[in-house]
Design a protein around this ligand. Structure first.
Ligand code: HEM
Length: 446
């Protein structure tokens, strides 16, 4: 043995130890790691790309080629638990057990267990069911359907911008998350699901409560209560809307789902509710985070803002580059159906992998200078922010249209944007979904 090798090993061990500590802190939802997880992901990529995380109960997969290959391999990897291993739901179950002692929660618990968690749809389905379900929902997101939604996206973004401008004139700064980035996708998905405007506030509360367990392994009893109550209300509301659409179909996604027949069979209530829940959660949170990230970058990089303002064909590359560099969905899970080897690491059948889109998107082997925002990057559309393969996000076209239109409205109406010194840059409490809770912006309305 040379004198050099123990030294090298020690270095790797130190790297491994600090990387592991950082990963553990991320899973424990330590704000500093949520705010800046990228150096830790880079460390994992450097030391082989795959490490096991005890608190997560899963293998963390960080390199672009591995993440993409697993996403495309539905033969050997299952999507049945895309938000994490079953064990991770233990604290949700603990909360439910505690609440089951509360007589006022009996009806809620009964109703939720009747309708939730039994159907495998879309995100948590495997082929062949998954393929049949995608054939059903894909037409709802066809380019012509999205083009038809563009006037609504435009008028929604403009109306929200009126409020932003008023607040800037009166107060001098505005929270772009609360006043703009939440409202654009929320209004559009609510419209697509046939939710009237006066129910939007309730719809937002359901969205927040229902998404809570994603990336939060130790929710409080109150959070679990909110999750259950909102799930019950969401289910009741939509079961009613579904029967209305069965009696009287209209031209919206809700009617498509309510009247869907796959291979001669209607969808069950549970399958329909599962799909609607995924549209609610996936359609809102993610796009809000994307729009917020774009506005933040425009405020932080005046040169980019100037270039994009003058040449609006650059809005699309900006949207793609922000998806790459700040993936709103940091990563999702798969379960190995058989023993597999990923980059030299043996993963036994039944174990989970956490596919880190956020890391793959900054893999130096795929993207030159990965930590730099570069809207001229030749391969900026190769990011994995929308996944890849059979589960590739069906809402990608809609999200892109919303982000493009929202960005154009921001550029049309606001100039000299900057970030307020009062920003605390606090991120949402999740290790899966990553986005700022608020973003105070100053700007000159034009
Ligand atoms: C910036 C916005 C968005 C991001 C970053 C995003 C991200 C993703 C990702 C990464 C997946 C793949 C999941 C996997 O492989 O397990 C996915 C799937 C999905 N997304 Fe999106 N999404 C966005 C917007 C939307 C919108 C607007 C909708 C609908 C209105 C939507 C609905 C869905 C659904 C239903 C699935 C499951 C598809 C399947 O498993 O076959 N998403 N999304």
């Amino acid at each position: 043995m040379t004198v050099e090798s123990p030294g090298k090993e020690t270095q790797v061990d130190v790297l491994r130890e600090s990387t592991r500590r950082n990963l553990d802190a991320l899973i424990a939802r330590d704000q500093s790691l949520i705010a800046c997880p990228y150096p830790t992901f880079a460390d994992v990529r450097e030391i082989g790309g795959v490490v096991y995380s005890e608190p997560l109960g899963a293998w963390v997969v960080t390199r672009y080629d591995d993440v993409r290959a697993i996403l495309r391999d539905t033969e050997r990897f299952s999507s049945l638990s895309p938000t994490g291993p079953q064990a991770a739901g233990a604290s949700l179950m603990a909360g439910i057990a505690e609440l089951s002692q509360d007589p006022t929660m009996a009806a809620v618990l009964g109703s939720v267990s009747m309708t939730r968690g039994r159907a495998a749809v879309l995100l948590n389905a495997d082929p062949p069911d998954h393929r049949r379900q995608r054939r059903l929902v894909n037409p709802a997101f066809r380019p012509d359907r999205i083009r038809a939604l563009e006037p609504l996206i435009e008028s929604t973004a403009s109306a929200l911008m009126d409020v932003v401008v008023d607040e800037l004139n009166e107060v001098g700064e505005v929270d772009i998350v609360a006043r703009f980035a939440v409202g654009v996708p929320m209004t559009i998905i609510a419209h697509a699901l046939g939710v009237p405007d006066h129910d939007l506030g309730t719809f937002k509360r359901w969205s927040d409560d229902i998404v809570m367990p994603v990336g939060n392994h130790d929710p409080s009893v109150d959070q679990v209560r909110g999750f259950l109550v909102s799930t019950k209300q969401f289910n009741e509301y939509f079961l009613e809307r579904i029967s209305e659409r069965r009696r009287q179909p209209t031209d919206d996604i809700l009617s498509d789902i309510a009247n869907a027949v796959i291979d001669g069979e209607e969808l069950s209530d549970d399958e329909q509710l599962g799909m609607l829940t995924q549209f609610l959660v996936a359609g809102n949170e993610t796009t809000t985070k994307l729009i917020t990230n774009i506005v933040r970058h425009l405020a932080e990089a005046p040169d980019v803002a100037r270039r994009v303002r003058e040449d609006r064909s650059l809005v699309e590359p900006l949207v793609e580059e922000m998806l790459r560099i700040e993936a709103p969905v940091g990563g999702l899970f798969r379960q190995a159906k058989t023993d597999v080897v990923v980059n030299g690491t043996e993963i036994p059948a039944g174990q989970h992998v956490w596919l880190l889109f956020a890391s793959a998107n900054r893999d130096e082997c795929r993207f030159a200078d990965p930590d730099v925002v570069d809207i001229d990057r030749p391969n900026l559309r190769e990011h994995l922010a929308f996944g890849n393969g059979e589960h590739f996000c069906p809402g990608a076209g809609l999200a892109r249209a919303e982000a493009r239109i929202a960005t154009n409205v921001v550029l049309d109406r606001l100039d000299d944007m900057s970030l307020s010194p009062s920003n605390d840059y606090r991120y949402g409490d999740s290790f899966v979904l990553r986005g700022l809770e608020r973003l105070l912006v100053r700007a000159r309305p034009v």
